[in-house]
Design a protein around this ligand. Structure first.
Ligand code: ATP
Ligand code: MG
Length: 396
């Protein structure tokens, strides 16, 4: 539904621009995704009107990317990004330039786009403008550079990783000459900021076919110029089921590193939250596949972490004796004698009173011990019982 309103808003915007004598079309991912019969992320409009002209046509606009020729039109149904036809001027350092040149023809705008499947336009009458065979490439599941692939990757090295990311999102193969050009220019990837590389990996790790990306990264030789190890991974990635959050993918990537730790996440500048989540999954995984989980482990890790660690033990073919399913994990966890530390009926205060000892590290250790006794069902979470257990412990 959200998508329907975005299309409706975009068609309205096109109609308004046309009424004022300008040309306007839908471009990029939305055209590609509609031809594939998939939902589009966003529906972008391109026009021969320059930003100042766009702003005179609509009452409400916001300058979101004026430097790139983009004006956000605030349509009541959905905001629409309207970008003036442009080329990208000169490329320095193999990155997309900040400066752009406005041009008057749609054909020139389409020519600077990366892949044939991304270089189509749709008119207000829903006619497809396809100058480079994008439709056919969609039908055949092919990612092909617009123009001379080596030149296009020399201009902007990120396009190599974008090709690979689209291969994993769409399940398409990369056309031969385009793939060879990636092999040839692979080392140029070092010109690209790691944040932008990471953003592509986030998309790969939340896509349907990460195994395609991992395989392409390895076989093209791009792996040599990216942090981390990509060897022999694609068969394992085939069994990976992505979630909305990319850290699940980052966790498997870490697990497949020779060091099996989160070191590689630093190189990709992952967030502290991502690092923490991945670290928990790795610890839960190591425990599960070495000794198995104690009740304390079920208590400590949240259900998502436990489930993912379990999934990875299956993906990597490790035999574990318990649990036997995700359902069993949920069952064991929800049936723990207590769910939170605060559910304990006693506190450190009580221990101090009962023992007449001075405070110290022993307090936390004893509380932990009590927690384990309760979780293992050897002790009830009741004041009197805990006191007896404790006084008995003291005399031993
Ligand atoms: P998504 O669904 O992931 O948003 P998209 O195709 O919309 O996919 P964007 O990154 O949003 O991808 O870019 C929008 C369009 O701009 C692309 O379809 C492509 O035509 C063009 N484009 C984006 N990045 C580049 C680039 N580095 N080089 C050339 N063209 C690009
Ligand atoms: Mg997009």
């Amino acid at each position: 539904m959200i998508e329907q309103t975005a299309w409706k808003a975009a068609f309205d915007v096109i109609a308004s621009l046309e009424e004022h004598g300008y040309e306007a079309v839908i471009v990029g991912g939305a055209v590609r995704d509609s031809l594939r019969g998939h939902q589009a992320n966003d529906v972008d409009v391109a026009t021969n009107a320059v930003p100042e002209e766009v702003k005179t046509v609509f009452k409400r606009t916001a300058d979101v990317g004026i430097a790139h020729g983009t004006v956000l039109v605030i349509h009541p149904l959905s905001p629409v990004e309207v970008t003036t036809y442009r080329t990208e001027g000169t490329y320095q350092d193999h990155r997309r330039p900040d400066q752009v040149n406005f041009v008057s023809s749609l054909a020139e705008d389409l020519k600077r786009r990366d892949f044939t499947i991304n270089a189509m336009a749709m008119t207000g009458h829903q006619e497809i403008i396809d100058l480079f065979g994008g439709k056919e490439d969609i039908q055949n599941g092919v990612i092909r550079a617009v123009g001379e692939p080596v030149e296009r990757f020399k201009e902007d090295a990120l396009r190599m990783l974008r090709a690979i990311r689209f291969s994993s999102q769409l399940g398409f193969k990369i056309e031969k000459a385009t793939f060879q050009a990636i092999s040839k220019q692979a080392q140029d990837i070092h010109f690209i900021a790691i944040e932008r590389i990471k953003a592509e990996f986030d998309k790969i790790f939340t896509s349907e076919h990460p195994e395609k990306a991992i395989q392409n990264i390895q076989q093209s030789g791009l792996a040599k110029f990216l942090p981390g190890d990509f060897d022999q991974q694609s068969a394992i990635w085939e069994k990976f089921r992505a979630s909305k959050e990319s850290w699940k993918g980052w966790a498997l990537f870490c697990l497949l590193q020779p060091s099996q730790d989160i070191e590689v996440l630093r190189a990709y500048k992952c967030s502290n939250y991502e690092k923490k989540q991945v670290e928990n999954i790795l610890i839960a995984y190591q425990l599960l596949t070495s000794t198995g989980w104690t009740k304390k482990d079920y208590f400590t890790f949240d259900i998502e972490v436990l489930t993912i660690a379990y999934e990875f033990s299956r993906v990597l073919g490790k035999t574990v004796f318990e649990p036997k399913s995700k359902l069993e994990i949920e069952h064991i966890k929800s049936n723990l004698a207590i769910q939170h530390k605060s559910d304990l009926v006693i506190t450190g205060h009580d221990l101090l009173k009962w023992s007449s000892k001075k405070s110290g590290p022993w307090l936390k250790e004893t509380l932990d011990q009590i927690l384990i006794e309760i979780l293992e069902n050897r002790l009830l979470n009741e004041r009197q019982q805990i006191k007896e257990w404790y006084l008995n412990e003291l005399t031993h």
